[in-house]
Design a binder for this molecule. Structure first.
Ligand SMILES: Cc1cc2nc3c(=O)[nH]c(=O)nc-3n(C[C@H](O)[C@H](O)[C@H](O)COP(=O)(O)OP(=O)(O)OC[C@H]3O[C@@H](n4cnc5c(N)ncnc54)[C@H](O)[C@@H]3O)c2cc1C
Length: 387
């Protein structure tokens, strides 16, 4: 059978779903994406917008290296999407300073190019940093506008024939003889329900993955882990400000256009549809953010937003910080549903890699031997999504 005859349905139009659509369309599959809101309506539309250098996850050399490699690939295939501003990790306390040696050793092990800079140079580069800083390390962080990246993946997928259906929500599956034989979709704009009959279905609904999987009678061990971000009125730096410590609350400030975003916190919820930003988290962001850059406490809060990480693991932890940042593909043929798989975990920065692995998985399951090319070809600009 020709690859074109194999229809794949991707559920979820976040960065993971859009990147998967691109990978599969480029391999020659017929791809449709259904998204219950607009593209990026879930977690992907509400992140720090940090293109990780990997240094934030440096305790896990493999995860850190994975981030750095994707950082390099994305800048190469879509240089128009990423601000090459770099980042600084700064030590403020003696405890931070103790972390520095471990941090530098791990960066070397992960082969991430970093450079220790003097206090004077750090303050010359970024005068709004805490003048009491004790050490600083420059890292290859970057920043991006999440929506533009998602639309670029989608535009690239559309170039190879993929179809995107925003405001179309999966509301049920028809399962027969261990296969999904029909996917019930609600078109929320036209207020009508219809059925799709794809050969293979990918559940890329992030923090909602278990809710969607349950509709097919299977479970996904996703742990929705929200985090609060506070957008301040005013750009107080060019580089990303990070605290030189193990990832914790309020230890990062990312600058976008005229805004500085302080993040984040981490806790675990049952239902990603019922999440509010607790006021004490907002106050904590201001307090901790002021330690990185004292001017934070003087700026007006422009917006507060919250979204949920699709972390892996069930009953493993209570705060979400202990759970792996890496990703997992779940083959539901093991649960008795042959043509269904879910993908959870990961980061925005690693979406292309997650899509490549999912593409490999689907190709193998459908007996097609065509490799991923997304790391080699330039991506389409985001505005082509609307053509
Ligand atoms: C506070 C915070 C800050 C972060 N900052 C960064 C960062 O700076 N850099 C970085 O690399 N990573 C960051 N991350 C991680 C990153 O944002 C996520 O890992 C990533 O966005 C997840 O993308 P996704 O496509 O898997 O999920 P989502 O973006 O959540 O996409 C899933 C989609 O599925 C849709 N959906 C749900 N149910 C249905 C249904 N029944 N039918 C159809 N569609 C459905 C949802 O509407 C949603 O759009 C951050 C995460 C958090 C929580």
């Amino acid at each position: 059978m020709e690859r074109r005859d194999k229809e794949i349905l991707v559920i979820g139009g976040g960065v993971t779903g859009a990147a998967i659509a691109y990978d599969l369309a480029l391999r020659g599959f017929k791809v449709q994406v259904v998204e219950r809101g607009s593209l990026g309506a879930g977690t992907s539309g509400r992140t720090h917008g940090l293109l990780h250098s990997g240094c934030r996850y440096i305790a896990d050399v493999e995860v850190a290296r994975e981030c750095y490699e994707e950082n390099v690939i994305l800048r190469r295939i879509a240089p128009f999407l990423f601000e090459k501003n770099g980042g600084l990790f700064i030590a403020i306390t003696e405890d931070d300073l103790k972390y520095k040696d471990f941090f530098l050793k791990q960066c070397e092990r992960a082969r991430i190019p970093v450079r220790e800079v003097s206090r004077e140079e750090a303050l010359r580069l970024e005068p709004n940093l805490n003048p009491e800083l004790k050490a600083a390390v420059e890292v290859p962080d970057g920043t991006f506008d999440p929506l533009k990246v998602i639309l670029s993946f989608a535009a690239s997928a559309k170039k190879y024939g993929a179809e995107f259906r925003p405001y179309n929500e999966v509301v049920g599956f028809r399962v027969s003889d261990g296969r999904i034989v029909g996917v019930r979709v609600l078109d929320k704009v036209r207020a009508r329900e219809y059925e799709l009959t794809p050969d293979f279905i990918i559940n890329a609904t992030g923090a909602w993955a278990d809710k969607v999987a349950r509709l097919a009678g299977v479970r996904v061990p996703v742990k929705p882990s929200p985090g609060v971000m506070v957008a301040l009125d005013g750009r107080i730096g060019y580089m990303v400000f990070n605290r030189l410590n193990k990832p914790g609350d309020g230890d990062i400030i990312v600058h976008h256009r005229g805004t500085s975003v302080v993040g984040t916190t981490s806790w675990v919820v049952e239902d990603p549809d019922i999440v509010r930003a607790p006021q004490d988290h907002v106050e904590l962001m201001i307090k901790r953010g002021s330690e990185l850059a004292p001017i934070v406490s003087k700026l007006r809060v422009k917006a507060v937003y919250v979204s949920s990480r699709p972390l892996i693991g069930e009953g493993a932890a209570t705060t979400g910080r202990e759970v792996s940042r890496s990703f997992a593909i779940l083959d539901h043929s093991r649960d008795g549903v042959e043509n269904f798989a879910s993908i959870i975990g990961g980061k925005f920065t690693t979406a292309r890699l997650m899509a490549e692995k999912m593409g490999d998985f689907v190709a193998e399951r459908l007996g097609v031997s065509v490799r991923s090319k997304t790391s080699e070809l330039p991506m389409s600009p985001y505005w082509l999504y609307f053509e």
